[in-house]
Design a protein around this ligand. Structure first.
Ligand code: 13P
Length: 260
């Protein structure tokens, strides 16, 4: 189970450092509970050194929210994979719907970034998800399948084994209206089946599929109990240690309830 926070463009650096410290403190108060749960935070680029530093002794990985597909060059304002690894980043969110919508990122862009992330040993967290209009037109499964196929075109089995996919229905992001657990499960099963066709059932079973979109402590249990939901990618509820770790606590409960 992976509980990941996407801080988006929130908090200044001292606030980010304080949030990271609060998360580290909260985890230190639950010493054994998190043996089976991976925790990741993805702050903005400028926070990464301070947040990595604050979490150096905590069981929390640090990731970025995007990166460029090339190593270096004339790309004003961009950040590269070698820059991220040089400050200890473990993962990078790619193809978030906000990047697709506001920066016109295409599946081909996401695909280049996925390959670049793997070249530099970063775990790509590939985001997919349909709009409300696409869902209402009955196209949710086909939209998401196309995004998965586009993002993973030419990605090897070895690299797929180091991949995370996040299903984030656009209509649930930042709206306070999460997908129902069964609705999310249905889409996760579509994604799992597609990954199984491409990489085989065993590899597909081990690729963590996260749900994102208004996940909160009160709805996390229902979502995380679904068979194909392996964690959460959390936006606004990741901006306070209490709610972020409240979701992580739910992940622990779900794990404890699973048959041995
Ligand atoms: P919210 O949890 O704020 O809906 O954001 C979800 C998201 O976009 C995570 O990447």
């Amino acid at each position: 189970m992976l509980i990941a926070g996407n801080w988006k463009m929130n908090t200044d650096v001292p606030e980010g450092r304080a949030l990271a410290n609060d998360i580290a403190t909260g985890l230190s108060e639950r010493p054994d509970a998190f043996a089976d749960i991976d925790v990741l935070v993805c702050p903005s680029f400028v926070h990464l050194p301070a947040v990595s530093d604050a979490l150096a002794d905590a069981p929390v990985a640090v990731g970025a929210q995007d990166m460029h597909a090339e190593d270096a060059g004339a790309h004003t304002g961009d950040v590269s994979a070698p820059m991220l690894t040089s400050i200890g980043c473990d993962a990078v969110i790619l193809g978030h719907s906000e990047r697709r919508e506001y920066y016109n990122e295409t599946d081909a862009d996401v695909n280049r970034k996925v390959k670049q992330a793997r070249t530099h040993d970063l775990v790509p967290i590939v985001c997919v998800g349909e709009s409300l209009q696409q869902r209402q037109a009955g196209n949710a499964a086909s939209v998401v399948t196309q995004q998965v196929e586009g993002a993973l075109s030419g990605v090897s089995i070895a690299d797929a084994s180091e991949l995370v996919v996040a299903y984030e229905p656009i209509w649930a992001i930042g709206t306070g209206e999460s997908a129902a657990p069964e609705q999310a499960q249905e889409m996760h099963a579509v994604i799992r089946d597609n990954l199984a066709e491409r990489y085989g059932a065993d590899v597909a079973a081990d690729i963590p599929l996260l749900y994102g979109g208004s996940m909160k402590p009160h709805n996390a249990h229902g979502l995380l109990s679904q068979p194909d939901i392996d964690g959460g990618l959390i936006g606004s509820a990741s901006l306070a240690a209490d709610s972020f770790l409240g979701i992580a606590d739910e992940a622990v409960h779900v794990r404890q309830e699973e048959p041995a």
